[in-house]
Ligand binder design. Structure first.
Ligand code: ATP
Length: 398
């Protein structure tokens, strides 16, 4: 059996994964056996998402009627119905539909009617509330296929702590990251020297530890010293897999994410608000202000650099998530080298004749170019600006 669930929370509280954890406990208490918990991220460009556009699915053995009754009761008790953008939906089915709807919800846009047609085709029991949009994420989570997958250990706070500052020992988080990276990522940001795994909102999540296997995330958690945890779930996810990326085939469509090759055709410029723009084969690409230190990397790009760019197309421009500098352009700016004999500054010895030292007899025959800061390789936004679906560079093996 598959129970899918989505769109129950608001920026003011709750979290669909927490509600699913409560439902899974109630299913177990009612005699069902929970076999797997899946946290599925969907198109990050949908404008009506609350945070990370997630849907969840509980795989279980048990009674369909009991499961749908339990899901309905919990949604009606805990769902944030007052929020305009909260439109819960759940579905239970015995047969997993083909993954087509998942791929559409992951990479493009879907309607509630399309979701209902698929749910009806497999005899699902389902219920949508308000505008019923949550049925889209509920179904997508049910029919998701994960050719590449990662895991997230989500620890939840005790209800009496919701809305209060989270209590944790930062040093233990850093130790955990040092002991488990790159098998576990997004625990600690070493360049900004701060935790990444602790959320800031009013939701019930205390921390989320992401890694390549249940064993690795458990190992990372064993280092953490925090306030008391009420419950936890190790979710199977499509996070960190780049599953949302479409290969570019000639046309950028609004609200889709693409991977494409190209050459830098316009130098980076810093815009108002600190956003940095540049162009790849004439397509305008942006590293926006929240990507912080990534903008310094982008500012080093040169015309002629050959890149593979990963990003989403929104408002007619690419929001860059990461890029691979495949072939750096040679920077044709000559510099005066230091003299190999006395270490002094050298001057040009004339066109094509290299350099001569002003103070001694030292000569350098070959022209010397300024060194580029960027070398061939991968560059990505910092962890707290990274989309849940984006594959972190530490997972890329090429
Ligand atoms: P939550 O913590 O509740 O999961 P969220 O950031 O995931 O928060 P939701 O509140 O779930 O956002 O809102 C996203 C809404 O968009 C859901 O109703 C979901 O069904 C719907 N949705 C997801 N993907 C698509 C898509 N590709 N096309 C249309 N609607 C979508």
């Amino acid at each position: 059996m598959y129970l899918g669930l989505d769109d129950t929370d608001s920026p003011d509280g709750m979290c669909t994964t927490y509600l699913a954890a409560l439902i899974a406990e109630a299913l177990e208490a009612g005699g069902c056996t929970v076999k797997n918990m899946r946290l599925i991220r969907l198109n990050p460009n949908v404008p009506w998402k609350t945070r990370g556009n997630a849907g969840v699915c509980i795989e279980f053995d048990g009674d369909m009627e009991f499961a749908s009754q339990t899901a309905g009761e919990f949604i009606e008790k805990y769902g944030m119905f007052d929020c305009e953008n909260t439109n819960p939906g759940f579905a239970v089915c015995a047969k997993k539909p083909a993954p087509d709807f998942y791929y559409q919800a992951l990479r493009e846009f879907c309607t509630v009617e399309e979701a209902k047609a698929v749910l009806d085709s497999v005899g699902a029991v389902y219920r949508g509330y308000k505008n019923e949009r949550g049925l889209i994420g509920a179904l997508a989570a049910i029919c998701a296929e994960l050719p590449d997958k990662t895991y997230e250990y989500l620890a939840y706070r005790k209800p009496e702590a919701f809305g209060t500052p989270r209590v944790f020992d930062a040093e233990s988080i850093r130790e955990s990251a040092e002991a488990t990276f790159p098998h576990v990522w997004d625990t600690w940001d070493f360049s900004a020297d701060k935790p990444v795994c602790i959320p800031h909102g009013k939701d019930p999540v205390l921390f989320g530890i992401r890694g390549e296997s249940p064993e690795w995330v458990k190992k990372a958690v064993s280092y953490l010293k925090t306030e008391e945890v009420s419950r936890f779930v190790i979710w199977e996810t499509n996070q960190g897999t780049d599953a949302h990326m479409l290969s570019f085939t000639g046309e950028f469509l609004e609200g889709r994410s693409y991977v494409f090759d190209g050459t830098v055709t316009a130098l980076p410029t810093t815009q108002r608000g600190g956003h940095v723009s540049f162009a790849v084969d004439g397509v305008v690409c942006y590293a926006f202000e929240p990507t912080k230190s990534f903008r310094s990397v982008v500012r080093e790009l040169l015309e002629g650099d050959e890149l593979t760019v990963f990003g989403s197309f929104q408002g007619g421009v690419i929001h860059v998530e990461k890029f691979c500098l495949r072939s750096p352009a040679k920077k044709e700016v000559r510099v005066s080298p230091c003299c190999p004999v006395c270490g002094g500054r050298m001057t040009s010895a004339g066109k094509g004749k290299g350099y001569k030292c002003r103070d001694c007899s030292g000569r350098v025959r070959e022209p010397v170019y300024t060194k580029r800061i960027l070398s061939a390789g991968w560059y990505e936004v910092p962890p707290d600006a990274r989309r849940h679906l984006a594959k972190p560079v530490c997972r890329i093996s090429e």
